[in-house]
Design a binder for this molecule. Sequence first.
Ligand code: HEC
Length: 104
Amino acid sequence: MKKLMLVAASVVMAAGMVGVAHAGDPEAGQAKYATCIGCHGPTGQGQAIFPKVAGKDFDYLVEVMTKYRAGETVGPNSMMMMPHAMNLSDEDIADLAAYMAAME
Ligand code: HEC
């Protein structure tokens, strides 16, 4: 929990510096992550073709989620991921990215 707070604080600071509108709330992200567990796992470790998402860089996570939402190919299995990003708002993506970045 302490680590989560630290990450949240640093995300807010980083976002403040570059002027990003949505800094991301990891606690809100945790609730939104419920639909992702089936593939990426409860701790974000991934399995088989489903990549690990835990502990990755916040900006990277926002970037790839935004690409999936736009229907852009990222890796060989993007078609499986796109439907799960399509209905996300910028805020959802930021919250989810903050949560995934804070996972071990
Ligand atoms: C049906 C299984 C499935 C579900 C559900 C799913 N994903 Fe994925 N996800 C994938 C696959 C497969 C990939 C790899 C796609 C590729 O090759 O580009 C991926 C890739 C990703 C990546 C990129 C990882 C990297 O290192 O590049 C992120 C971030 C991600 N998913 C987040 C999420 C989030 C957040 C949710 C819930 C809103 C979610 N996924 C739901 C299957 C899924």
